[in-house]
Design a protein around this ligand. Structure first.
Ligand code: HEM
Length: 495
């Protein structure tokens, strides 16, 4: 611990707040190129931003623990789940999706849920959303989807025309649109919000067998949302309302708690099930696959430094541990490439060495060496190639080969080719779950009316009447009455 301020290389500061100047009397002077402190101070300031995330830039974060509450050894061999009461440290980052880092966090948007579990067999990232479904089921549409929700290339403001143009052209997202324009599109606090894997994952056993699962994380505080009017008002008064609420709650000991559940499906059931389980625009109704609790999540510690702990955190669906494996969902498969790729761009090739991303279990990865900003011991003189005789010195090697290998392989679906072949076609089935959700909204007083108001308020930004008519047509496949009411409300607000 230093007893005084120093330059980054250790030389003591001459002064905190004065540059070296050649002066004439007490007036202004000439600064000198030899003032390393001044130059370093200015040069580092100019470089203190890193690229913000291309999506999910605005966020809150916190630490906590995941605790196993129920035995689940019959469905997974994951070590962090292998004993009731076992606890694992967790980092959680909750974000909006479309707007930038400085944007208002009560705007209507899907909310991201990125959770890193520092397990005893490596890190596990659960990169979820607060909605159980997604807008697309073909990953090639992801950049278009997000650009249509962001700023118009000419006006530089969000544009309802391009938003609805995308969604009319890609109607498989109607189920997610129903969630987005319901009250859940504007959570009242991040503590009162659920999260869902959306994708089907696999829980696996050591013999290579598996079950399909969807993961649900449900707040013990109950879901609470804002109305559109309140959300808009708060966005003006305190754009960091949700971030501040989470920070203050943790700081004052009001630790938020969520229950963690899985829906479990046998591979044989998946082949016969009505819905393609690799299509993330669909849920598995709870009546078919009830929730089964596996654990509990508590947030109990704020980050000490937002940049090092949260901004430098990198999450990826590909960061997995034995006992959990990806399914053949094409969106999940594409995400497993996209996130590490984004992290290498945003944080650099050695991003896994940053303290917030480093596993708490032992890591031995000597075939991934060197690179910019490598601040590890870089495996010393251990072999940097896969050979036959030379042995690593950093751990005791197995009796044959030049290193230990722990198999984490899981069987692949045999029927996968068939299931994926109809991924991009639209059919009436794509509207069934959206219609069911519309009926669910009808069970809560005023929710359907608020939904119509939320859509109409957004839709009146569409300047092309042909596009508005296409949107009414889109909603007519959900419910004819809904479409008519949206049309009346929208056109009335325009006249
Ligand atoms: C093809 C589909 C998708 C692609 C290509 C994609 C890509 C990305 C990229 C590039 C980032 C920024 C990562 C970074 O800079 O560190 C990101 C962030 C994120 N995505 Fe996706 N995404 C997709 C779908 C989804 C889905 C379906 C979900 C949820 C179920 C999701 C949840 C998130 C979350 C929570 C974050 C923020 C992660 C963080 O806090 O660092 N994304 N996504």
């Amino acid at each position: 611990m230093a007893s005084h301020y120093t330059l980054a290389e250790g030389c003591p500061y001459a002064s905190n707040s004065t540059s070296v100047q050649v002066r004439n009397g007490s007036g202004g002077g000439l600064v000198l190129l030899q003032d390393t402190q001044l130059i370093e101070t200015l040069a580092h300031f100019s470089r203190e931003r890193i690229p913000e995330r291309v999506v999910h830039a605005k966020a809150a974060g916190g630490y906590g623990e995941f605790e196993v509450t129920h035995d689940c050894s019959d469905i997974t061999s994951a070590s962090f789940l292998n004993a009731v009461g076992k606890k694992t440290e967790v980092l959680l980052r909750i974000s909006t999706v479309g707007p930038e880092r400085g944007s208002a966090d009560t705007v209507r948007d899907v909310h991201g849920w990125a959770m890193k579990l520092y397990t005893d067999q490596g890190n596990l990232d659960w990169v979820f959303n607060n909605t159980p479904v997604f807008f697309i089921r073909d990953p090639i549409k992801f950049p278009s989807l997000n650009r249509s929700h962001k700023r118009h290339p000419r006006t530089n403001v969000p544009d309802a025309n391009m938003f609805w143009d995308f969604h009319v052209g890609n109607p498989e997202g109607i189920h997610q649109i129903m969630h987005l324009f319901s009250d859940r599109g504007t959570p009242a606090s991040l503590r009162h919000m659920n999260a869902y894997s959306g994708h089907t994952y696999k829980f696996t056993q050591e013999d290579g067998s598996f079950k399909y699962v969807k993961i649900h994380i449900k707040t013990q505080l109950g879901v609470k949302n804002l109305t559109r009017e309140t959300a808009v008002q708060i966005a003006g008064e305190n754009p960091d309302y949700l971030v501040q609420d989470l920070y203050d709650a943790i700081e004052t000991g009001k630790y938020p708690v969520w229950n963690v559940y899985v829906q479990v499906m046998e591979p044989s059931e998946a082949e016969k099930y009505k819905w393609n389980i690799f299509d993330m625009t669909k849920v598995w109704p709870h009546k078919d696959f009830p929730l089964r609790q596996i654990g509990r999540l508590t947030l109990n510690r704020n980050p000490k430094n937002y940049f090092t702990d949260i901004e430098q955190a990198a999450f990826s669906p590909s960061t997995m541990v034995p006992g959990i494996a990806p399914s053949a969902d094409p969106v999940l498969q594409a995400r497993m490439f996209a996130y590490p790729d984004a992290a290498r761009y945003r944080l650099g090739v050695n991003y896994q060495q940053l303290p917030t991303n480093a596993a708490s279990s032992p890591v031995y990865c000597p075939f991934q060496r060197d690179g910019f900003m490598n601040f590890s011991t870089n495996y010393g003189d251990d072999p940097n190639y896969v050979g036959s005789i030379l042995r690593p010195t950093t751990f005791a090697p197995a009796s044959n080969g030049n290193g230990r290998v722990a198999s984490t392989l899981t069987e692949h679906e045999k029927w996968v080719g068939e299931a994926c072949s109809f991924v991009t076609q639209i059919s009436d089935e794509d509207f069934e779950q959206a219609t069911a959700l519309w009926e669910v909204l009808g069970r809560e007083t005023g929710h359907q009316e608020r939904f119509i108001g939320n859509v109409a308020d957004h839709l009146r930004g569409v300047t092309d009447s042909r596009l508005r008519n296409m949107v009414y047509d889109l909603f007519s496949h959900v419910d004819a009455g809904l479409a008519a009411r949206i049309q009346v409300a929208t056109e009335a607000s325009l006249s």
